[in-house]
Design a protein around this ligand. Structure first.
Ligand code: HEC
Length: 417
């Protein structure tokens, strides 16, 4: 398999496993499970939401398996023990590349919470002004809210079944907006009443709404990955407009706005970054230097420099929106580390997660010194699909999808240089 093919396959696999999740009770692909006490129980209990291949492509200690299973499904005690024993014996070590931990001058504290709906795949996190942490429970069709001070959580059921809540953002009035990835809609949740307003796409081809962001005028911009489009909703009029990217099948993915309120997005299926004219919605694509680059998410610093996570090559990229100049830095855990969720804090420090290493890491990159520092995510992370800075810009929130958790990262004081 050529490396170019990889991201396409990854995306397809993600969508098909979601499709099988929505077909209640459908069996997943049957991977090879070794004979032994517990095999039948794993086949029965662990193929409801995804294939058994998801299980066999993982590995952990007995304790690690016990914690993972508890975040995924509620089982009678004895059955859970048989499964834990079987998986601990047959899949004792992770096949994922090991995380490379780079020491450095900064301390962080990472706190995680298992969300109420098990196996819900928290996709995007969001920190709001009131100190709450929100998440999209993609496979449970909920949007959830956590008060990190008390640990209290509430899940809001969505209007359309199998919406596939994915991306997450908030407007100035405190409404929570999400992309309904599977149902091709954008939704607005009023947290006070739980009421949901849905915006349908104006074109049947406009499927897979993905990452939503507000510009400063209060317009909502979003990517539509599978449709190769980007869209805009003007909430005051309800107008929804979508336009196609110039190049075919580019998979528009993460999105940000710059200091002039121009939206930028990465094109995950090609090596491109694009900007959108906020008035005409004309799209300009910029080609990144390496043909194998697959930018999955991006963040922007106060100098309008875009930082992108090069998922296929394991690089952190820097793209200057003013000059078009690109610089790339190999990620600490190497070419197979799959950098994914990324954010820039208000001090212009870049943070992201390496999503394919065991455990997933939190990475800090200081653009001034060009130095990395990394930390293991306590739960293992289970693919950190997205992270956001808090409203004060100092700390971070993360969604740890595979282990059904949301996380708060408190960034501590720099201890030395
Ligand atoms: C209620 C649905 C559901 C059930 C039942 C379920 N899972 Fe999962 N599981 C999920 C979801 C959702 C994910 C995240 C998938 C993703 O992010 O692509 C996941 C991911 C995983 C992963 C990958 C974690 C990682 O670190 O990336 C493993 C391993 C796993 N499940 C094992 C199991 C085992 C073992 C069982 C049976 C005891 C099980 N699952 C039953 C929903 C479920």
């Amino acid at each position: 398999m050529s490396r170019r093919m990889l991201p396409i396959l990854v995306v397809t696999a993600g969508l098909s496993s979601l499709a099988s999740a929505s077909a209640q009770g459908r069996q997943g692909r049957q991977a090879q499970l070794p004979e032994g006490n517990g095999k039948a129980q794993v086949e029965a209990a662990c193929s409801k939401c995804h294939g058994v291949d998801r299980v066999t492509s993982n590995g952990d200690t007995r304790e690690g398996w016990a914690a993972l299973i508890a975040s995924m499904v509620t089982l009678p005690k004895q059955e859970a023990e048989v499964i834990t024993e079987y998986l601990g014996k047959n899949f004792p070590t992770s096949p994922k590349p090991p995380a490379v931990i780079v020491p450095g001058p900064v301390t962080v504290s990472i706190k995680e919470w298992v969300v109420p709906s098990l196996g819900s795949r928290p996709h995007d996190p969001l920190a709001t002004r009131d100190g709450a942490i929100w998440w999209t429970g993609m496979w449970a069709n909920v949007v959830g809210r956590l008060d990190p001070k008390t640990g209290q959580m509430k899940e809001y059921p969505l209007k359309t079944p199998k919406s596939g809540p994915h991306g997450l953002t908030a407007d100035k009035d405190g409404n929570i907006w999400y992309t309904g990835n599977t149902a091709s809609l954008v939704g607005k949740l009023d947290p006070k009443t739980g009421a949901i307003t849905e915006y349908k796409m104006p074109d049947p081809a406009a499927r897979d709404p993905h990452t939503p962001i507000f510009d400063r005028k209060g317009n909502l911009w979003f990517t539509l990955q599978g449709a190769n489009m980007v869209g805009r909703i003007i909430p005051s009029t309800g107008e929804v407009k979508v336009v196609s990217a110039p190049s075919p099948r580019t998979n528009p993915y993460g999105m940000v706005t710059d200091s002039k309120d121009t939206p930028w997005f990465v094109q995950f299926n090609v090596n491109k970054i694009a900007s959108i004219d906020p008035v005409t919605m004309a799209i300009t694509e910029h080609t990144l230097p390496n043909a194998e680059t697959r930018p999955r998410r991006l963040a922007i610093s106060s100098d309008d420099v875009i930082w992108y996570a090069d998922y296929s090559r394991g690089y952190l990229g820097r793209f200057d929106t003013k000059t078009g100049k690109t610089t790339e830095y190999p990620s600490p855990s190497g070419p197979r580390s799959q950098p994914y969720g990324i954010a820039v804090t208000s001090d212009d420090i870049v943070w992201y997660s390496e999503s394919a290493v065991s455990p997933n890491t939190l990475v800090r990159f200081d653009p001034k010194t060009e130095k990395f520092q990394t930390w293991p995510i306590p739960s293992g992370g289970g693919v950190v699909r997205n992270m956001m800075k808090t409203v004060d810009g100092k700390n971070l929130v993360m969604a740890c999808s595979g282990v059904n958790r949301v996380a708060f990262v408190e960034v501590g004081i720099r201890t030395s240089r």
